[in-house]
Each structure stands twice: as C-alpha cells, then as structure tokens.
Design a protein around this ligand. Sequence first.
Ligand SMILES: C=C1C[C@]23C[C@@]1(O)CC[C@H]2[C@@]12CC[C@H](O)[C@@](C)(C(=O)O1)[C@H]2[C@@H]3C(=O)O
Ligand code: AKG
Ligand code: FE2
Length: 337
Amino acid sequence: MVVVSQRAALNELVVIKTCKCSSMFTGVPEVDLANPEAKTLILKACQEFGLFKVVNHDVPFELMNNLENEVMKFFKQGQFEKDKAGPPDPYGYGSKRIGTNGDVGWVEYLLLNTNPDVISPNSLLLFHQTPPNFRGALEHYIFAMKKMCCEVLELMAEGLGIGGRNVFSKMVRDERSDSCFRVNHYPACPELQVQALSGRNLIGFGEHTDPQIISVLRSNNTSGLQICLQDGTWASIPPDHTSFFINVGDLLQVMTNGRFKSVKHRVIMGESTMSRVSMIYFGGPPLNEKIGPLPSLVSKEEESLYKELTWREYKNAVYKSRLADNRLSLFEKSSGQ
Ligand SMILES: C=C1C[C@]23C[C@@]1(O)CC[C@H]2[C@@]12CC[C@H](O)[C@@](C)(C(=O)O1)[C@H]2[C@@H]3C(=O)O
Ligand SMILES: O=C(O)CCC(=O)C(=O)O
Ligand SMILES: [Fe+2]
C-alpha cells in the first residue's frame, strides 16, 4: 500500500475503543483431523463459537508459505501496478474500501472467484496477467482448501447425524460452486501501536459474518483477528501460521436451523508490529442452490426458523448491505421480506 500521507489516510478510517488488555483468548477449540472424536469436537465448536482451529491437517506448510511469498510480491508492487487489477467488481484488487456501500478498513486485498465460468472483467484480467508462479501457487492452494473444506463439512454432517455425509460438501464440490478466495494485507503502521496503547484500535476489517457456507482462514503469525463470543465480548484469536481457522458462514447457520452459529468477527490493528497477511477460502454453493433448514434438523414445520432462498437471492442482498448489517434477518421467517 503506497501511503502518501499516513495521517490523512488514518483519518478516513474507523477507530474503535477497545479494552486496553490485549490478552489472547485461550479457549479456541482445536480439532485434530486424525482424531476419531473430530466430528464431536467440531459439532461442539460450531454450536458454541462458530469457529475452531484445525491441526494435523495434511496441507504442507510449503504450500501455504509459497502462496504467502507470491502474495507479498504482489502487494510490494507500486500502487500503479496493483491498481491495474482493480477496482474490485467485486473481484480484483481493492484498497481500503471494502464492498461498495461505504465500508473502509486498513487493508488492501485481492478477491478472486474460484469458478472460472463466472465472467467478471477483473477475474479474467487477473487470470491472464497473474505471473505463472503466483497462478500456480494459487491453484495448488485453492485445490487443497476445497479438499479440506469438504472433509470438514463431511465431519459436520456426521456429527449432526444427518443421512448423507455429503449433504453440505456436495455444494462446494459442485463444478458450479460459487466459492471465492481472498488475500488480505494489513500493512504495519507504527502510529497504530501508539493508539492501541491508549485502548484505541484502528479497524482493519470491520465486524461481519461471512455469508457463504464455510470459511477457511490461514494467516501469517500476526494477531488482529477477533471473534464475538456469545456474551457479546470480543476475543483475540492467537495466531498460528501452521493451522487453519474454520468459521461457520450464514448459509450453514440457516441449513442447521440455527444450531451452528455464523460467527461475527473482525480484524483490529495495533496488536502487532508486523503486517498481517491472511488468505481465506469461502466455500459457497452454486448460485441457483435453494438454501433452507434441512428437513432432518427440523422436527415440525413451525420449528423451522428460516425460509428458503437461493444463494443468488441472498448474495444479491448481501452485496447491497454494509459489513456489519444483520443479513441473516433476510432469511428469518418473521422478516416478511
Ligand atoms: C461490504 C461488503 C463486502 C462484502 C460484500 C458486502 O456488501 C457485505 C459482505 C462482505 C463480505 C464479507 C466476507 C467476504 O470477505 C466477502 C468476499 C463476502 O462474500 O462478503 C465480503 C464482500 C466483499 O468484500 O466483496
Ligand atoms: O483478514 C482476516 O484475518 C479476516 C478477514 C475476513 O474476515 C474476511 O475477509 O472476510
Ligand atoms: Fe470474514
């Protein structure tokens, strides 16, 4: 990010008051994918937090590291070069502005569609102009994410005891799956540390829930990610660059009729002196997939909390909303929309 005047840029952004204690949350559920109890641990984590950490996965560290290095080469380029891949439509390169409805953050990013059939001028441009090493690293990484994501979705279905362990994974595996991939770069900024010491943090990525089925996040060893706990307090997630953080998205909350919680999260700046790089795979269904509570998780019709919408309908509404909006209310039976 080329910042001509850091102070001017900071003024545009959002500063929030946080508690001065910046201790890390020690209660993040950890799931070893090779543990026979994994499905039970996942079930508990999705009900209680909507987030858990995956260890002992079979994604080689080299794969993550390669992509992180390529990503850093992209972000180290001059602003002029990076802007060639933007503005986001929503795919492509973006800086500080998140979405089109006024959200801003101390972040620059690349958002890519993982389905080559979806025509977006920036997706095509990115695909053809990305250097071969970057493209290769992206393709390998996304392939590994899709595989792990489906494995985890199958453990979730097993944990819930629903017939057909592929009920969720088949949507992400579908060749028309509308999944996407995002890399975020939060540049280090010494001024932010000073602010953080007085309990004021700049927003890197404002609070929101992810609208898809599931998200798989990997970051470098830099803190900043926080989740909102059931009592409404914010918990800082200790970074771990060898593991993945899985979070429940809105569609999974709907399909499980509210059993799994789509976790509210955000990234705040100032907790670390290092720049943060995160890479997130968002597993989504095909656009025309009808999403509603699974009949096997609803005993009587009146117990269904949500109505049915296609992912296309929900996604269109999501893109008209602000980050912090409660988009799930669109699915609620009482919303009348
Ligand atoms: C402000 C916005 C950015 C976003 C689309 C939206 O209108 C509301 C949801 C945002 C979000 C959050 C999770 C993912 O990072 C994302 C790609 C998504 O699917 O929904 C972003 C959207 C975006 O940056 O385009
Ligand atoms: O960058 C991060 O660590 C999280 C960002 C995020 O939540 C998102 O891109 O949806
Ligand atoms: Fe997110």
